[in-house]
Design a protein around this ligand. Structure first.
Ligand SMILES: [Zn+2]
Length: 124
């Protein structure tokens, strides 16, 4: 798992995440230009809290849409929030997480579905 949080840039500078073959803003092909958000701060634009998450998912599970501003462009990402509270406008950093769910509760064989990624940690 990479600790980096990578988004992708089209030749006109628009950002997307996850990577798509065509830019949703201008229609050009998305190349391989990457932008690393790992050391940048994002802003929570909305969030929700699941108090009855699926088996293996932390409880409560707070999910937010976080927007990053990079060189005049924005990109929004969906992800979990560390901790048990959040507010609109909170400033966050992305932190790498090796297991986003408890693999003992996999729907297939136990431990068969590891799932790494990022969560957001409130910093301001
Ligand atoms: Zn574009």
């Amino acid at each position: 798992m990479s600790d980096k949080l990578i988004v992708y840039k089209c030749s006109n500078g628009h950002l997307c995440y996850p990577k798509h073959s065509i830019c949703s803003k201008c229609g050009v092909s998305i190349g391989n230009e990457e932008v690393d958000l790992s050391n940048l701060k994002g802003t929570v634009v909305t969030w929700t809290k699941s108090t009855v998450p699926p088996p293996g998912v932390r409880k409560p599970n707070i999910i937010a849409i976080v927007e990053y501003y990079v060189e005049g462009e924005t990109v929004a990402l969906l992800g979990g929030i560390e901790g048990e509270s959040v507010s609109i406008g909170a400033i966050v950093n992305a932190i790498p997480v090796s297991n986003l769910r408890d693999t003992e509760y996999c729907q297939r064989e136990k431990g068969s579905q590891t799932w790494s990624g990022h969560r957001f940690k409130i910093v301001e």
